[in-house]
Ligand binder design. Structure first.
Ligand code: OAD
Length: 299
């Protein structure tokens, strides 16, 4: 990571009053949660999203899809927030007008102390009925409907808003290689029949957004509002290829906010970034917090 870039980024962070931190799978990579598109380790390099992350897949084989998301949820339960998540929470604490907008379906921002991250792609912890949308309890905890927004996913913001609720491109048809190999869960635990809805008996589904589905209306609206009124956007660990989420940094840039990117690799978002910090989130973000405020590194 270049020192001049870090200094420039720290100056922007230090004087900001409303920061949007926009995160993707790279944010949780150092917690051991795999990304989607990284070579070798990315989920969509090893699993076929058509068979696991579409409404049709759930209709065809609900036990396969439910089992795969359950194994991902269990992997997240055994993961811990990393120093990058802690640094994001430190930015929120220092800059109270800040908002975390995440594409991640894990709960690592919450566990690191972020107050109310906006989950654009839903949550592994908010299952709901596939027919009547009633929130369902998590399998381990029959009394708990999940800590994160469990509203049904439907609709989108009014036409003409900067980001709309088109079906997500960037999935199976986004040109990313997909091997279509084994569909056993990452933990090897395979098919698990989904529970039945207590009200209507239909299968319960994971509370995530699948390819071909609209984003949660309230979350998308909150993200667009935050991006269009912030004075700095920090994009961390996202490839920036899945829309409409990838519009969020572009919205901030269009409204005149500087954009800082934290990512070891180049991405299509480079073109809207004022500062690129090429490195892993768990190293770069604590260094940025320290450079901005001179506080000891969070770890
Ligand atoms: P991707 O897997 O597409 O991209 C992860 C990004 O993180 C890449 O640009 C990596 O270079 C970067 N990265 C890897 N390790 C990192 C680290 N330690 N620190 C910082 N960056 C790192 O993941 P997303 O962009 O989140 O959607 O993917 C977007 C959406 O595509 C996901 O929300 C998911 C997926 O299909 C749905 O499931 C709807």
């Amino acid at each position: 990571m270049e020192q001049a870039g870090l200094r420039d980024a720290a100056a922007l962070v230090g004087r900001a009053r409303r920061v949007v931190v926009f995160t993707g799978a790279g944010m949780s990579a150092e917690s051991g949660v795999p990304t989607f598109r990284d070579a070798l380790t990315g989920l969509w390099r090893r699993f076929d999203p058509q068979a696991l992350a579409t409404p049709e897949a759930f209709e065809d084989d609900p036990a396969l899809v439910w089992g795969w998301y359950e194994s991902r949820r269990r992997a997240v339960l055994s993961a811990r927030p990393n120093a990058g998540h802690a640094a994001v929470a430190a930015i929120e604490a220092r800059v109270p007008g800040s908002v975390v907008v995440t594409q991640n379906v894990d709960d690592l921002h919450e566990r690191a102390g972020s107050a109310a991250p906006v989950h654009l792609h839903g949550s592994l912890f908010a299952p709901r009925c596939s027919a009547c949308a009633r929130p369902a309890p998590l399998p381990d905890d029959p009394t708990d409907g999940g800590p994160v927004d469990s509203r049904p996913l439907h609709g989108g913001p009014a036409d003409g808003s900067p980001a709309d609720s088109r079906p997500l491109p960037g999935g199976p048809a986004d040109g990313q290689p997909v091997d279509g190999g084994s569909v056993d869960g990452p933990a090897g635990d395979g098919r698990v029949p989904p529970p039945e809805c207590a009200r209507c008996g239909a299968p319960v589904r994971p509370g995530v957004v699948w390819f071909g589905e609209a984003l949660p209306e309230a979350a998308l609206e909150a993200a667009v509002d935050a991006a269009s009124s912030c004075d700095l956007l920090l994009t961390v660990g996202t490839s920036g290829v899945v829309y409409p989420a990838a519009e969020i940094p572009r919205v901030a840039a269009r409204f005149g906010a500087p954009v800082i990117q934290v990512n070891p690799q180049e991405t299509p978002l480079d073109e809207v970034c004022d500062v690129n910090l090429r490195g892993p989130a768990a190293r770069v973000l604590p260094a940025l917090v320290e450079a901005a405020w001179g506080v000891p590194r969070v770890s």
